[in-house]
Design a protein around this ligand. Sequence first.
Ligand code: GDP
Ligand code: FE
Ligand code: FE
Ligand code: FE
Length: 196
Amino acid sequence: VTYTGRYTTDSRDQLLAKISKQLKPARFEHVQRVEQTAIQLAQQYGVDVEKASIAGLVHDYAKQRPDKDFIEAIHHYQLDPELVNWNNAIWHGVVGAELIKAELGIEDEDILNAVRYHTTGNHYMTKLAQIIYMADYIEPGRDFDGVEKARLLTSQSLELAVAYQTKHTLAYLLENNQRIYPKTIETYNAWVPQSG
Ligand code: GDP
Ligand code: FE
Ligand code: FE
Ligand code: FE
């Protein structure tokens, strides 16, 4: 994918260099696999492959930042004050999007929303956001019960795949007595019941 300058002034190599400074090697490898998976899905589903590449590469940009960076950003960008009661798992997408905008100069709201919703989903997701949500879940390094089913579904129907991931992630969180972020429940209600 050759970047056109519409979404970032960086070349892909320049963007990769910035991301590699933020992430340990294993996480840097993961985001490159998410990028490649997202590009393939973008080709299949008629989404801009440049946006898929950028969103895939940046989706975990903030994953390894200290908690204090997120707390500061929640205040600085006047995000939902309830966010301070959560943790890195929730922050790195929704708060991370603001750091990506500020530090990488990426302003495209479709790309930023794909990052914001990549962990919890959202009641409304564009095709790009659905692709990043799924690519993160099924990239070739993922290995969990159900991943093959998720890969097959993703190749057949993005919507059914989003519903599948949403249901299985919620079930996993419940099984492990984890706190459920309200948006995770919103996503469940929007995507799962009507998927039959
Ligand atoms: P990663 O950044 O590539 O590892 O993947 P994600 O960003 O998709 O997920 C990060 C973590 O957030 C995973 O461990 C999920 O299980 C967790 N997670 C997703 N939704 C929720 C939620 O509603 N509550 C909690 N406590 N964790 C969640
Ligand atoms: Fe993530
Ligand atoms: Fe995910
Ligand atoms: Fe990820």
